[in-house]
Design a binder for this molecule. Sequence first.
Ligand code: ADE
Length: 388
Amino acid sequence: MNAEIVKPLTDWYRANRRDLPWRHTSDPYRIWVSEIMLQQTRVESVKAYYQRFLEALPDLSALAEADEERLLKLWEGLGYYSRVRNMQRAARTVVEDFKGAFPRTKEEMEKLPGIGSYTAGAVASIAFGERVPAVDGNVLRVWARMTADDRNILLPSVKKEAERDIAGLMQTLPAARTSGQDHPGAFHENAAGDFNQALIELGALLCLPGEKPLCEACPVRPFCGAERRGLAGVLPIREKKTERRIERRTVLLVRSGELTAVRKRPDSGLLAGMYEFPNVRGELTAEQAVAYTSENGYDALRIRPLPAARHLFSHVEWRMTGYEIRIGALSGERGRSAHGRDWIFADAKELSGERPLPAAFSAYAKLIHVFPGKGKSREEEQEERNGR
Ligand code: ADE
């Protein structure tokens, strides 16, 4: 990419940047939290989660010590839960191995769990002013257009080349003077951090994906190869190799009075450690669903079909059918089945407040007035409005 873009792009960024909560700090912890959240989630949605997360866990040691369910609850609705588990592992490593001092270079950061080249580059440049690139999908789009590169940007080799190219260009920037302090004006000017954020901002505000980027307003239009060749709406090329695997599942809302059965998922794999409604692979008939329930120790009184639902994960699509199964009063201790199996019966309040349910189950959860990701059930919000 042409080094002449640095000044107009950075000037444009400094004049036009959005006022975002993570742009008021140079605390690496806070910047790291924002970058992890922003990886799969839109800026507008991240804002509220970000504030709440940092109020609950204001520093690395709070994150390192946080109870797992609290952590998952704070993340509920953001999805891709391995992100927050890795953050905790990384925080523990920093606390235990680095005496709580966040690593100051991209190279060191990349050794931590869940911190890849993009995140390390973003935190190292924004918090410490290190002249290293932070190339995510949006920056890759900007780069492919600026350089009119028509190779598949989903190939790791193309991303590496973009990183090399941007790293080279960043060596023309002035080095940082002060860094890593959480007070306003810690930097006079953070050339590297601002340049990376300028690329991000250009991708978010003007160099939009799809056919109609806003080239008229672009501060680096004269340097754009795609624009010159009439390819701005065509590039970048993204060719996906793998399709999502389709998995059919049957989800059961097994209900006793106001209580509904959930169970904890295994500690590894998809949605590790979260709660879920009992569910099985395949499309069960009503008879099979009743049989499955009785194998788990509960006799169905009534069963009714629920609407179909689907949920997209990165590699799998769940196509779900559902049944509501009514069972009788529970014997034994409330909340635990009398048979000692792994189903736990909880009401809407407990499911909303204490047992993180993934958004994959939203279509069924809402039938019992639980809204994953909203933190509180409608009833609780209603109660708060009523002043109870
Ligand atoms: N997306 C990824 N990183 C970002 C940042 N620092 N600001 C705004 N959007 C982003």
